[in-house]
Design a protein around this ligand. Sequence first.
Ligand code: OAD
Length: 247
Amino acid sequence: MNISNKLCSLLHTTESICVLTGAGISAESGVETFRGSNGLWSKLKPEELANFDAFIRNPDLVWEWYNYRKKIIHDVKPNPAHCALAHLQDLVKDFTLITQNIDNLHIRAGSKNVLELHGNIERSYCISCGKSVTHVEVTLENKVPHCSSCHGIIRPDIVWFGEMLPEGVFEMATDAATRCELFLSIGTSAVVYPAANLPLIARKQGAYVVEINMERTEISNSVDETLLGKAGEILPQLVKMKEEIKG
Ligand code: OAD
């Protein structure tokens, strides 16, 4: 792995790191990404599956899709990239992990206080009374779950296109991006806003911004350094360097 002298020396000194992850960090676990020639959105229509109006029109279809994804996610495990980040949180005083992923793999790897910008597939809530539900019983005959309190329709706790991010979460993410010294943008195409703004906010506030991706992205020209390769190979090496420095 080729890293700059600047990144090497920052790894030595920094006590403040903020990380943004996207679907690419889970690719090596076996979870498909959204974009690119084999991405989910090249085969499926997000406007039919990740949109509130579509859900109201056809909740069966949307639940079928999320149950299918849930099954895939339950069958996979966190990979070395998720585990490296879970370890990194113990190596610096100020660490924030922000994710666009809904797959819960960071939490399963041991990361704490994860800022989930787009929700979590393990949670659901009632669209009528707002009650949150952690376990959704799904049967073949009755695919759409209903609220045990008011019988309203339950929806996955996922931010769909056109919806607001969960209250307060983006503000906490912005604060962390603003105060960090090192910002890592990992496995994201950086085309979905406002998440894609975070590396730019960090850089504007003086952080050194490093992107880790298989290919160059929309923000490659705006970051300080791009490390091309698999997150599951690069991150464990970076975290090992930090660990060795700590002794
Ligand atoms: P994308 O699918 O848009 O981008 C995934 C990125 O990961 C691409 O840039 C790939 O090159 C990169 N990648 C793939 N494998 C990798 C690996 N092993 N190591 C490092 N990088 C790798 O996913 P996101 O940027 O996360 O929204 O997409 C953002 C949002 O769009 C998602 O959160 C989702 C989607 O619509 C919601 O679900 C609300």
